[in-house]
Structures are given as structure tokens and as C-alpha cells.
Design a protein. Structure first.
Length: 187
């Protein structure tokens, strides 16, 4: 895998009334609450965030996008307020012009279009700023909300990977693979 030749500079994005910006230590308490929420713990990889100190360390690590190698945004209402979710771009492979995306949304922000707006904004940024051709995401079959978000953001279902990932419940799960190409039309 080839990561970008230059460190990526953290940026803020605005998408349909939501502000996406890199984490800040002031969000540590909300990051800890997000990491402890049952659905997020089951389906997302925030396993290193277990207390206030690790939440603060997570915010500090990702505030500069882990040294400019992997973008991570926290999502807020554009007017400010508490953390609504987070979205990240990782496994950036410039040689193959591809990357993966992962996301999570706190319960009070679900079913509001938060994640769909964030996913579209990050995809557009990755295609434009990084010049990527393909973005993909994976989610457990038992996580239909993630499937709906992917579809609404223009990520087509490409197939099912059997027993492909061990999620927070300790079990191997089948996963859907969704992808969006820079050439895909998104309404």
C-alpha cells in the first residue's frame, strides 16, 4: 500500500448543515460516550477508547490526522454543539487510487441524515483533493442502518464477504462490500 507522499493537512468540511472537523481534546468526554454506546462498540473500532485518558489520547492522535496519514473528522451541527458522530478515511492507497471509509453516529443523531451527508462530503473531498478513483466501505450484514447510509451516499453494493471480520461482539460476521467510483453519478 502507498500512502500519500505528503502529509495531509487537516481541513474542515461543511455538508447540509453539518460541520466536519478534526477531533479536538475538548471532545474527549463526548468521544468516550460515543465509544461506550452499545451499537457503536459492537460495529466500530473504537476499542482503544475505554476511559477519559484514552479518549483524550484518541482526540490528540487524530487532531492532526495521525501525522497527516489518515483523515478523521468529528461531525457536529454547523451551529456547534455536541458531537454527532465521526467519519474516517483510511488505508489510503495512492498507487491503486483507493481508500476505505468508516463512520459512526451517536444515538441522538441517527435517522437525521447526518451520516449520509458526512459520507458524501468526505467522498467528494477524497475524489477531489486526493484524486482517488475508488472508495469502499464494509459493514456487517446485521447492521442494516449502515447499509442504508452507504446506498443513500451512492456506494453500490458489490457483494458479500463471508465470515470476514471479527466485530466487537467477538464473532466473525459476514460483511457487505460497498464502493463508489469517482465516475459514479450520485443524485
Amino acid at each position: 500500500m502507498h500512502i500519500p507522499d505528503r502529509p495531509l493537512e487537516p481541513v474542515e468540511l461543511v455538508a447540509h448543515g453539518y460541520l466536519l472537523r478534526p477531533p479536538s481534546p475538548r471532545e474527549a468526554e463526548d468521544v468516550l460516550a460515543m465509544a461506550q454506546e452499545a451499537e457503536i462498540r459492537k460495529w466500530n473500532a473504537l476499542t482503544t477508547v475505554t476511559d477519559e485518558a484514552t479518549a483524550l489520547a484518541w482526540c490528540e492522535r487524530w487532531s492532526d490526522w495521525n501525522g497527516g496519514t489518515a483523515p478523521q473528522w468529528c461531525v457536529f451541527d454547523a451551529a456547534g454543539g455536541r458531537l454527532l458522530g465521526a467519519i474516517s478515511l483510511f488505508d489510503i492507497d495512492t498507487e491503486n487510487s483507493a481508500a476505505e471509509i468508516g463512520y459512526r453516529v451517536v444515538p441522538r443523531a441517527r435517522r437525521r441524515g447526518v451520516c449520509t451527508a458526512a459520507l458524501r462530503a468526505v467522498a467528494d473531498w477524497a475524489f477531489g483533493e486526493l484524486g482517488l478513483t475508488r472508495l469502499q466501505l464494509l459493514h456487517a450484514l446485521e447492521n442494516p442502518a449502515s447499509c442504508r447510509v452507504a446506498a443513500k451516499a451512492g456506494f453500490l453494493l458489490e457483494g458479500t464477504l463471508r465470515s470476514s471480520y471479527r466485530y466487537g461482539d467477538g464473532e466473525l460476521h459476514d460483511e457487505h462490500l460497498h464502493a463508489r467510483l469517482v465516475s459514479d453519478r450520485v443524485d
